[in-house]
Ligand binder design. Structure first.
Ligand SMILES: C[S@@+](CC[C@H](N)C(=O)[O-])C[C@H]1O[C@@H](n2cnc3c(N)ncnc32)[C@H](O)[C@@H]1O
Length: 227
């Protein structure tokens, strides 16, 4: 039978690693990186303390990721990213800041959600500045599309949140309707959400503000229904 090729939400970029990132990966990778597996996984055993788990999809270089983990210590965090230099960078930050409540999986987040994350197990999902795939013919690669939103929603515990931020207005508007149409999610804000004060501002937002942009980020914050 012919193998099916899933439509990936990313392209694997080569990307150069700095020596520090390489060293960090060799030295600390095994302590902070959870190997991908096709088994449903109890993530609690990877953390020192038992806390509700928040997963981040596509953390890039991980700047917001580690800052949130340091500030909002009431949660454990699972950062998922495919890009090796970003993984190296975040491993370095975890080691430098001695962060105990953040671990990494280097793999396609869609497969991690499908195969590893148990249903109704997450307290939250972060999706910050996902690739917007601006060309119409590439919209099928967007991570905010109905079937993936259903997958993500099914992994949230009742009351868990899905927090999405983008700087692309058209992606924000289409995501608002995709998320609103999901029967498992409800929108406590009606439309776009206010900024969550604990989310650090990225360099893109700072730059956009300096350049006088009216809005540098569109935010969506939905809650998994049920009790
Ligand atoms: C535009 S970047 C944004 C990075 C970061 N969230 C930020 O705010 O700077 C999107 C990132 O998502 C990652 N990504 C996209 N789809 C992914 C997937 N299915 N699994 C893991 N990472 C993914 C890409 O490798 C890329 O690093």
């Amino acid at each position: 039978m012919a193998e099916t090729h899933p439509i990936r939400t990313f392209v694997v970029r080569a990307g150069r690693m700095t020596d520090a990132q390489k060293r960090a990966l060799e030295l600390h990778g095994p302590n902070f990186i959870i190997p991908y597996s096709k088994q449903k996984t109890d993530f609690e055993c990877f953390f020192d303390e038992k806390k509700p788990l928040v997963a981040e999809i596509g953390f890039g270089m991980g700047q917001a990721t580690w800052q949130i983990a340091v500030q909002r210590t009431e949660f454990n965090y699972l950062g998922i990213e495919v890009h090796t230099p970003g993984v190296g960078r975040l491993v370095m930050e975890i080691a430098n800041h001695e962060i105990k409540n953040l671990k990494i999986i280097q793999h396609d987040a869609v497969e991690v959600f499908e195969n590893m994350v148990p249903d109704a197990s997450l307290a939250g999902i972060h999706l910050f500045y996902p690739d917007p795939w601006p060309k119409k013919r590439h919209h099928k690669r967007r991570i905010v599309r109905p079937e993936l939103v259903s997958l993500f929603a099914s992994k949230l515990a009742p009351g868990g949140y899905f927090y999405f931020v983008t700087d692309v207005e058209e992606y924000a508007i289409s995501s608002l309707s995709v998320l609103s149409e999901n029967p498992q999610l409800r929108n406590p804000f009606g439309g776009f959400a206010p900024r969550q004060e604990w989310r650090p501002e990225t360099k893109f937002e700072k730059r956009a503000k300096i350049a006088g942009a009216e809005q540098a980020a569109w935010e969506l914050y939905f809650i998994r229904s049920g009790s």
